[in-house]
Design a protein around this ligand. Structure first.
Ligand code: UDX
Length: 463
């Protein structure tokens, strides 16, 4: 809810915004630290807005690769933007982070904050980046933190920068969370649904307005908050979405036994605008670089503060349990031990349109199948290289057909578009036995039945 103070800030921000629109032609020199999914997309898009962007990373191999024109990640539309801005010399890749900081007037911090063994956000990379920033500040600069960090962290980061800075000027650090979904992150960056900026600094607001002036003309809602609120908005948003996915997964398990169809149930729920129709697709559990780590991190923070977040804990527990539900479905389908069986896995990425396999349910499945002595043939349009780094022992194929050939069962784990067009009669011919487990509900139960498959899915009608 808006407090009077926030509404006041919001109006100051709006007036700044129109001022900026009038004089928004000045381009900025921006250093982006971290060239992962968040940093590379931010850097490329900011260069596309007309700024000079130095994308930096301590990983020299990554920088070499980028300078040779190759992207270290698969992200729709990114290659084209990187190529264009690299050629036009607005986008520079370097591992000389100190120099980039010295040459630029703003710094975006986009380094990873993965979970440590206890589920806590590992802040070592961001602390190191801030130390380097402090050591190299040579004039007025605004630092924007984009990495997801627990509430209170940006305050600590400001202290680290200040401690390592030799000058007298005030160090300005703001928190601007990213809400990018992998696979559509270029679109999300250029046309966000909302922009949140946590700062009380006029200079940070002004710089932010200037940098993002292209977006301002598109009536995107902006919310100005305290730094701590902005930090919490990011965690709360991801945790809420994780709760929604776990909720629908549990409802699909309920439908499996109650005789209802989750697709119909989700359609009926989604028509209520208070609920909304998105994030109501059941599956093998949520994965990726954000939901698993951010839910654990906020639980950890709550634990330190002595607050009980039962709903988020429930979502995490349900997500943990979802793979055993998938495995039980597979065991029930085959009605035989999985030992020695060849299982085709279609989809390795944690969701479609990405090569990211971090916390991917498909990898949990591979792990469980290996433990039970099954043989695995896997196919994914983009994520096989990343999976192979962790599971070199399984067979990777160049098409879904090759994966299905002579398989005792097929498990579909990622809803890639190409799997929607699988020819079921052909699939039936290719497989040794007609067992299909569709964990994303992409196949029509009627058609599977008609073709003679013995199948299961996630709470979707089987009549
Ligand atoms: C998420 C947030 O959406 C984004 O705002 C944030 O900045 C980063 O984390 P991302 O991890 O790219 O983005 O994926 P998202 O599309 O949100 O999906 C997350 C997980 O939930 C995936 O494993 C996906 O398969 C699963 N999911 C999502 C479902 O199982 N069902 C759904 O209906 C929606």
């Amino acid at each position: 809810m808006f407090t009077k103070k926030n509404i006041f800030y919001f109006f100051i921000f709006l007036s700044l915004l129109s001022e900026t629109r009038l004089q928004a032609e000045s381009n900025h020199k921006i250093a982006v630290i971290g060239t992962g999914y968040v940093g590379l997309v931010a850097g490329a898009c900011l260069a596309d807005f007309g700024h000079i962007v130095m994308c930096c990373d301590i990983d020299t191999k990554k920088i070499e690769m980028l300078n040779e024109g190759h992207l270290p990640i698969y992200e729709i539309g990114l290659q084209e933007i990187v190529d264009r801005n690299f050629q036009e010399k607005r986008l520079i890749f370097t591992s000389n982070i100190p120099e980039a900081i010295r040459l630029c007037d703003s710094v975006f911090i986009c380094v990873g904050t993965p979970s440590d063994d206890a589920g806590k956000a590992d802040l070592r990379a961001i602390y190191a980046a801030c130390k380097t920033i402090g050591e190299n500040i040579n004039g007025p600069k605004v630092i924007f933190v984009r990495s997801t960090v627990p509430p209170g962290t940006v305050k600590k980061l400001t202290e680290i920068i200040q401690l390592n800075y030799q000058g007298n000027e005030e160090v300005i650090v703001a928190f601007t969370p990213e809400f990018l979904r992998e696979g559509v992150s270029v679109k999300d960056f250029c046309h966000p649904e909302r922009v949140v900026i946590g700062t009380h600094s006029e200079a940070a607001k002004k710089t932010f307005c200037e940098i993002f002036h292209k977006q301002y003309s598109k009536n995107i809602p902006f919310l100005l908050t305290s730094i701590e609120s902005a930090e919490t908005i990011k965690y709360a948003s991801n945790a809420f979405l994780a709760v929604k996915v776990s909720f629908i997964n549990e409802m699909s398990n309920f439908c499996d036994l109650s005789g209802a169809d989750i697709v119909e149930v989700a359609a009926g729920m989604g028509l209520d605008s208070r609920i909304g129709s998105q994030f109501l697709k059941p599956g093998p559990g949520y994965g990726g670089s954000c939901f698993p780590k951010d839910t654990l991190a906020i639980l950890n923070e709550a634990n330190v503060l002595g607050v009980d977040l039962k709903v988020i804990q429930g979502a995490v527990d349900a997500n943990e349990a979802q793979m055993s539900i998938v495995m039980n479905k597979l065991r029930r389908l085959l009605q035989e031990p999985l030992q020695g069986k060849t299982i085709a896995i279609l989809g390795l990425a944690f969701k479609s349109n990405t090569d990211d396999v971090r916390y991917s349910p498909a990898l949990k499945l591979i792990n469980s199948l290996i433990l039970e002595g099954a043989k695995i043939k896997a196919y994914d349009p983009e994520a096989m290289k990343n999976t192979e780094k962790q599971y070199p022992e399984i067979t990777y194929t160049s098409s879904w057909k090759e994966a299905a050939q002579n398989a005792d069962a097929m498990v579909l784990t990622t809803d890639w578009e190409e799997f929607f067009t699988i020819d079921l009669p052909e699939l039936y011919q290719l497989m040794k036995a007609p067992f299909v487990l569709d964990t994303r509900n992409i196949f029509s139960p009627e058609e599977l039945k008609q073709e003679g498959f013995i199948f299961d899915n996630m709470g979707h009608q089987k009549r």
